[in-house]
Write a protein that binds this ligand. Structure first.
Ligand code: FAD
Length: 422
């Protein structure tokens, strides 16, 4: 196919939240920007679908109290938030642990939460790997820390299960420093327990859809970027349809798990190439329509197949990790029903499961830094390479969240504006 030539100030690779926020901020500053997206739709790891007549989120969904940048964007786009899953007081360790564990009554749990909170306070938010204690915290897995913490076995299991549920990594495979990095912006464990999460009414993908609609024909879907080449004067971005877009700068807003599939010329520095070593664990999110779930919501943690499960009056949600993600949807649905303690038939047969690690341009849930990896790879996360910049939730100070995607999109837009003098 003949080469089609386009010229812009900036080409953004990836139309997830981070790429679209970066493009929007640049556009607002009068920069000529184009966005190229591999998938047939925008939104990346936010994706909304219809289940039993209701909009559900098969990717990012819950909006925390402190998600100030996302909340501002939601309001600016004319969208609204609504209460989502129930707050943590209904947390159950697993099927065998009845009655529900009330974290406020568990003094060991509170002491561990306070210790973790203290450790979080020692980390610089922008670069936790620069903390004086960073090497020591990164050398330990969360499991190592739990084994030494002054908590009983049950509390250690609960904490491990909760961390696994939220970070997608089993406690033995997750660096303590990485867990603290995730926990810090959330305000610590006690803040998480107290929090009532929110969701975006009509689905989280609407944020990306509305941003893309405002950018109009500057956003091109179905165009996987294969190569990014730069010389001293410009960057050329090659897509699989044979087109090339030339620009003064490019920003790559793809997941860490799939960025390595793009060929960079000249080669990226070793520190950036080595980010490939950070694993993004397999995760499947399952949503099942519910005919009769309890009026009061339930949030459960600790089951082997469904470490995290929630239900409200309309639908139940569960997450499977690792090898369990390969189970067929009806089996996952049965596990979801069991961990929520619902009687047979409470969940209607209609269910949606999405295995994010099987999505060719996503490649996993989000990065889970193993012991030793965050101190080694952290400094490369947001480093650019001459005219090529990198951004995304996976590289942000709020990893694994939509807030991180928005913040990092804003960060990289400001960085590029400075370089362009825009
Ligand atoms: C199952 C699940 C549940 C989650 N739940 C929550 C939650 O409740 N709350 C929360 O805040 N966060 C949640 N998250 C995290 C949140 O969804 C993500 O952190 C955020 O959406 C990532 O945005 P991003 O723009 O950084 O990356 P992405 O959304 O992954 O966007 C990257 C884009 O780049 C595109 N791309 C990749 N390769 C190429 C290429 N070669 N050429 C062109 N385009 C390419 C991809 O198709 C994608 O559209 C969840 C994530 C998952 C997977």
């Amino acid at each position: 196919m003949a080469e089609v030539r386009h010229r812009h100030d900036v080409v953004v690779v990836g139309a997830g939240l981070s790429g679209l926020v970066a493009a929007t901020r640049l556009r607002q500053a009068g920069v000529d920007v184009a966005v190229v997206e591999a998938d047939s739709e925008v939104g990346g790891r936010t994706r909304s679908r219809t289940l039993a007549g209701r909009t559900v989120d098969v990717g990012g969904e819950l909006v925390g109290r402190d998600y100030t940048r996302l909340r501002g964007l939601v309001a600016a786009l004319g969208l609204r938030l609504e209460p989502a899953a129930p707050p943590m007081p209904h947390l159950r360790l697993d099927r065998r642990a009845r009655p529900p564990l009330r974290p406020s009554a568990a003094s060991g749990l509170m002491a561990a939460a306070a210790r973790l909170h203290h450790l979080c306070s020692l980390l610089p938010p922008q670069a936790p790997w620069q903390a004086p204690l960073a090497d020591r915290l990164d050398a330990l897995s969360l499991q190592d820390w739990l084994a030494r913490a002054p908590v009983d076995q049950r509390t250690a299991r609960l904490l491990g299960a909760a961390a696994w549920a939220f970070t997608t990594a089993p406690p033995h495979g997750l660096s303590l420093l990485a867990f603290l990095q995730w926990l810090k912006p959330a305000g610590g464990l006690s803040a998480l327990w107290r929090e009532t999460p929110w969701r975006i009414r009509g689905g989280a993908q609407q944020v990306a859809r509305r941003l893309a609609a405002r950018l109009g024909d500057r956003v091109l879907c179905g165009a996987p970027v294969q190569a990014v080449e730069q010389n001293g004067a410009e960057v050329a971005v090659y897509t699989s349809d044979g087109a090339v877009r030339r620009a003064r700068r490019a920003v790559v807003c793809t997941p860490l798990a799939t960025t390595g599939s793009i060929t960079f010329t000249p080669q990226l520095p070793a520190a950036q190439r080595l980010l490939d070593q950070v694993h993004s664990p397999a995760v499947t999110k399952l949503l099942a329509a519910s005919a009769d779930v309890p009026r009061r919501g339930v949030l459960a943690a600790g089951d082997a197949v469904m470490p995290l499960a929630m239900a409200d009056t309309h639908h139940a949600v569960g997450f499977a990790y690792g090898t369990d993600t390969a189970l067929p949807t009806p089996r996952l649905r049965d596990h979801l029903m069991a961990v929520l303690g619902l009687d047979g038939g409470a969940l209607a047969p209609e269910a949606i499961a999405l295995a994010w690690h099987e999505e060719p341009h996503i490649g996993g849930g989000y990065p889970a830094f193993a012991p030793g990896q965050l101190t080694r790879h952290g400094p490369a996360l947001r480093a650019g390479h001459d005219r090529v910049h990198f951004a995304g939730a996976d590289r942000s100070t709020w990893p694994g969240t939509m807030e991180g995607a928005v913040r990092d999109g804003e960060r990289v837009a400001a960085e590029i504006r400075t370089r362009l003098g825009a």
